[in-house]
Ligand binder design. Structure first.
Ligand code: SF4
Ligand code: SF4
Ligand code: FES
Length: 264
């Protein structure tokens, strides 16, 4: 079995074909380890748990994001690093720029004082169920790599950060903090979080579903983004793309590329 690996060594990018027929491999990650041990020790990739838990080994196989430790290699597979991440070497990428979007959205300036003598009540099983799936994110960045919006807007917050935002908005502990806040002029954690996903966030998503298709944890960022849109509309935000669209100006149809003089 032959695999092609996109390599980046000392700034030079090239494809290299590896014959792994004589190597004992069951997963792509095992193939990478075998190549490194027996063929080319300079081959560089990321891995940790080897069992789909840590998210470190995400790569693209034939253009599709997958965890190398969960993928069974096939003849002719082409292995590439994740999209939109600076490549450090071969398949190893720097995830910090992509994951800095989490800090952008989730860092908080609001002071929330918690009285240690009356800790918040524990979550009920029903409450916990609301965001259990989003809490399973392993930050593999597969969804980020699959998202077409990042090809045209590198500032887009990206799917896993928006999913994380929805996870916190559905956490009733946020609502409790809102209730317990005394100064109504301060932004609540809830409203501040919603505010942060408006620009380069929920309205920039095309709802293509690529993020959902590649998530190894069966999280549905597309659906979470739709939920965030609903919550934003309820809070008085609107889709800025609709605000720019002209529906009934004198040159009716211009906004849609329709020529009223075309002679129907
Ligand atoms: S659904 Fe939205 S966030 Fe997900 S990949 Fe498509 S554009 Fe990106
Ligand atoms: S949402 Fe899924 S695909 Fe995206 S980073 Fe989390 S686990 Fe990976
Ligand atoms: S090595 Fe941890 S998910 Fe693959």
């Amino acid at each position: 079995m032959k695999l092609t690996i996109q390599r980046t060594q000392e700034g030079r990018e090239y494809d290299e074909l590896f014959d792994v027929a004589s190597l004992k491999v069951t997963t792509l990650l095992q193939a990478l380890y075998e190549i490194k041990a027996k063929v080319d020790p300079t081959l560089t990739f990321d891995a940790g748990c080897r069992s789909g838990i840590c998210g470190a080994c995400a790569v693209r196989v034939n253009g599709r994001e997958t965890l190398a430790c969960s993928h069974t290699p096939k003849e002719g597979d082409r292995i590439e690093p994740l999209n939109y991440h600076p490549v450090q070497r071969d398949l190893k990428v720097d995830k910090s720029p992509a994951q800095s979007t989490l800090v952008k959205v989730l860092s908080r300036k609001e002071e929330v004082s918690v009285d240690p003598s009356s800790p918040p009540p524990p979550l009920s099983p029903e409450e916990e169920k609301r965001f259990r799936i989003q809490s399973d994110c392993i930050l593999c960045d597969s969804c980020y790599s699959a998202c077409p919006v990042l090809a045209v807007n590198p500032d887009f917050l990206g799917p896993f950060t928006l999913t994380r935002a929805w996870r916190y908005l559905t956490d009733p502990r946020y609502t409790r903090e809102v209730e317990s806040q005394n100064d109504s002029s301060l932004p609540t954690p809830h409203s501040s979080l919603l505010e942060k996903v408006q620009q380069n966030g929920i309205w920039d998503c095309t709802l293509c579903g690529e993020c959902t298709a590649v998530c190894p944890q069966h999280i549905d960022p597309k659906n979470d983004i739709m939920q965030l849109r609903g919550e934003s509309l309820k809070a008085g935000y609107s889709d800025p793309n609709l605000a720019n669209q002209s529906f009934c100006t004198p040159d009716f149809g211009g906004g849609f590329g329709f020529d009223p003089n075309a002679g129907f």
